[in-house]
Design a protein around this ligand. Sequence first.
Ligand code: EPU
Length: 342
Amino acid sequence: MPSFPAVTDHVCLRDFNTLGLEARAAHYLRVTDPAMLVAVAADARLKNLPRLVLGGGSNIVLTQDFPGLVLHMATSGIGIVGETQDAILVRAAAGENWHGLVCWTLAQALPGLENLALIPGSVGASPIQNIGAYGIELKDRFHSLTLLNIDTGEQQVLDAADCRFGYRDSIFKQGLGRHAVILDVTFALPRRWTANLSYKELAGELAARGQTEPSAQQVADAVIAIRQRKLPDPARIGNAGSFFKNPVVAAERRDALLQAYPGLVNYAQSDGSYKLAAGWMIEQCGWKGRSLGQAGVYEKQALVLVNRGQASGAEIMQLAEAINADVVSRFGVQLEPEPVVV
Ligand code: EPU
């Protein structure tokens, strides 16, 4: 791609995705400055290539070589940018590491993100699937984001309503992601903070530590301990966190399932529907700890698929399909992958 010197060709992406899958990008650009994206948007040839925006690579399954341009976000910068009556506003560049941002806010005595400690990935990816854990979702702390529309070259600011956040969902998963690159995200961190201990396992962990009125740092430490116990460290074993969403079903469906399977783990949603714990169903189907070739189901958390060494993206997807087929035949519920499959 001589028209744009920073673009390199035939780049191996294995080190840029936490599943550790071998795939090549036909063209690759490490984006260290938003101005580079503005330049891409102004380059007729580059902007018309198929495009893949890569953050921390922690929520993506690469099933084949990518024929277009990979934009690998590596921008940096975190700072306080303002305040409202209720919140302090903190902005972070898309390329910042998510957990790094959480640690930065805690070090500044700005609580609010502690339940989301140690989630792998980048700041720019966090709104795309509305990351969530231990009782908090990104949308609960979101203020706005800036994006660049690569097709038009225009920048735009979206607020929470514009983003249409849902469970592991947003406008970016609904189509906008094909056109837009998130440049930065602004968070609203509450002035009047109270610990969110609504997730039973977190409350239990803190109680076991004798911390009944925990600080934000203590909450983060407890979340980190739970995650380290249950979820594999991508630096040691390739994975993309939860591989399936927890399916949401109508109340009648959940009642019928509960009759047949009294142990079914389920959570009431505010709209009257129920979320079912996919990990529990997968474990009931006997998949926990099993493998198909080099693709496996993590021993300590059946919702997580792992690369036991040299798995391909196709092998990971075959395993996912085999698991789904069993869950469908036993529970009549479809599982949907949580990561983006490319
Ligand atoms: N369970 C089993 N067997 C398993 C796994 C889970 O029986 O192998 C049961 C657990 O005992 C528990 C229930 O299923 O009763 C839920 O398990 P857990 O608390 O581990 O949460 P999860 O539903 O498996 C979700 C998120 C995680 C998030 C945790 C904590 C999704 C798809 N996953 O997992 O997010 O960290 O809750 O809030 O919503 C991610 O998105 O990558 C992720 C890790």
